[in-house]
Design a protein around this ligand. Sequence first.
Ligand SMILES: [Zn+2]
Ligand SMILES: [Zn+2]
Length: 348
Amino acid sequence: MKAVLLPNWKSDPQIVEVEEPTPGPGQVVLKIAGAGLCHSDLHLLHDFEEGMLPWHVPFILGHENSGYVHAVGEGVDTVQVGQAMAVFGPWGCGKCDACGRGQDTYCIAPLDGYDSAFGGGLGTNGGQAEYMLVPDARFLVPIPEGMDPVAAAPLTDAGLTPYHAVNLSVHKMVPGSNVVVIGAGGLGHMGIQIIKAMTAANVVAVDVKAAARDLALKSGADVVLDGGADDVVDQIKEATKGGAEVVIDFVGTDGTLATAAASCKYQSDLTLVGVAGGSFGFNLYAPPYETAMRSIYWGTRAELRQVLALAGKGLITPEYSTYSLDDALTAYGDMEAGRLTGRAVITP
Ligand SMILES: [Zn+2]
Ligand SMILES: [Zn+2]
């Protein structure tokens, strides 16, 4: 089968021919419907050297996946061949306390036979291929009837991660409250839709790109601001009447973190999602008193069910462009050049 391989650290992906996987006991092989590209994939291509991560190259890329059950291994009776499934990305051991909470992201031990609990596309073969091996049927979540399985692929990360960020602060998103969303790209525009679907909070979206601001507006943001404006913080203060209860930074540069901190009032939640690698000089006065700062990573299995259910009811709709497997490298190029609005999804 064809697959998009990361052949080595600090190298470009390659489209290669590899052997089709077969399921062992408890395992499932999916025929891929959609495999999303993520900004973190670019960091994966460029930022790491051997030994920096507990992973080994080469492996097939793609950690946002959906498809149809193609073959099941011995003992698998929870899914049927042909069923449309989304893949819960982080693959934990299934035995520790974190996995018991459905929070495989913070699993302390890898799954038997695997190097790490990060999941397919992150150090072990992912879904940017015709078929994908899923090591345990419990990592599959049914796609609601009537929903396009391709649309489910970006939801497994670009939907689940913002859902987790929103969920952690949803108690603060009461009527009259304000949420500042910085970055309205692949994750940010989903974050806006999720806030609007779940709460009555006002959403102030900030992005430097005009296309992303249009997407923010289409996604339901109440106020949309140009992140490149010199007085953007003043504009945020005005739009939020002095500061937001919740600020979510989907970018994560020094600049966006400074804007995020300045957008808080007292007792705000400031959540960093973006992987741009910036930092912020935390002190007694900034961000304002009793602001809780946190970073997050992905979400839980229960939250993925929620995300898919919201999408199944038409309450959230991911924006994405599709590419054939042969055009996968064009998709990487478009992502790297900032030409995408929303997500890129490979549809083998
Ligand atoms: Zn991702
Ligand atoms: Zn575990």
